[in-house]
Design a protein around this ligand. Structure first.
Ligand code: ADP
Ligand code: MG
Length: 260
């Protein structure tokens, strides 16, 4: 099982869109995937057509040992091989409850092997702040996948999440890697091209080759409650999310498979 935390301190940068569509692409390629919604806003839950009001246990209940059997709370999404652990507004309590526990940043690290055992990929969709949920996600993930827009303020904002990643590496997860993913990219926009070049020079391997174009099909698919791969399978966004899945699979096979 490999765990990917989709993370960024900024909201609206396509974290949830990336979580659901990367998940759908990996599932389409034959992998068993678990999507975990770690955000009280439950956007990932909605994005696969589930109703947050029908979600009776969340990742917080698992972390706090409020549920005994994980089997009953992992829901099929209607898409083959793609499962969901949904969220609801109860997750708002996480930022108050978790820091009261000792060693609270590694609580998920201890639980994920059990929840994720039957899956090849577990994808965590983080909330947009550097809190307890995000540090728990980073402490357990193999890869922090950071969607970012090719805009100056977005790139400036990366320094906070990168600093958190450095701290989590030192304290809890030495092998945590990160990858930047440019989203809402417009090839015709000169600033976008310039910033891509800048990131390429400054982050080298840290920048994914795949970029996700601006594509209104993504907004439509969110409203429809299905991944864009199913809503508009031939759209540019769908093609690029498949390319992203290939790039991630390649990384997992080439890098993570090597003995340390
Ligand atoms: P986050 O989870 O980081 O807050 P979302 O995934 O919810 O971000 O995306 C924010 C909004 O932008 C949503 O309405 C989503 O449909 C839209 N969006 C995401 N990616 C793209 C894209 N490549 N092109 C156009 N719209 C996008
Ligand atoms: Mg989101």
């Amino acid at each position: 099982m490999k765990c990917i935390a989709v993370t960024n301190e900024k909201g609206g940068v396509a974290k949830t869109t990336t979580a659901v569509n990367l998940g759908a692409a990996l599932a389409e390629m034959g992998h068993r995937v678990l999507l975990i919604d770690m955000d009280a806003q439950a956007n990932l839950t909605l994005a696969v057509g589930a109703d947050p009001q029908q979600i009776h246990a969340t990742i917080l209940d698992i972390i706090l040992d409020n549920v005994l059997s994980t089997e009953e709370i992992l829901k099929p999404t209607g898409i083959e091989r793609l499962h969901l652990l949904g969220s609801n507004s109860g997750l708002n309590l996480a930022e108050r409850l978790l820091p009261r526990q000792s060693g609270y940043e590694t609580l998920l690290q201890k639980k994920l092997p059990f929840i994720g055992a039957k899956f090849e990929y577990v994808i965590l969709d983080c909330p947009p702040f550097l809190g307890a949920m995000m540090s728990n996600a980073l402490a357990v993930a193999e890869i922090a996948l950071i969607p970012t827009q090719a805009e100056f303020f977005s790139i400036y904002a990366l320094k906070n999440i990168l600093a958190l990643i450095r701290r989590i590496r030192e304290q809890h997860n030495p092998s945590l890697a990160y990858r930047l993913l440019l989203t809402m990219f417009d090839q015709r926009n000169r600033i976008h091209r310039t910033l891509y070049q800048y990131l390429h020079e400054h982050f080298a391997d840290g920048l994914l080759e795949t970029v996700i174009p601006t594509d209104t099909r993504l907004r439509e698919s969110a409203i429809a409650g299905v991944p864009v791969l199913h809503h508009a399978p031939k759209s540019r966004a769908a093609l690029q999310y498949r390319a992203l899945a290939q790039e991630i699979i390649h990384y997992v096979q080439e890098t993570l498979a090597q003995p340390a």
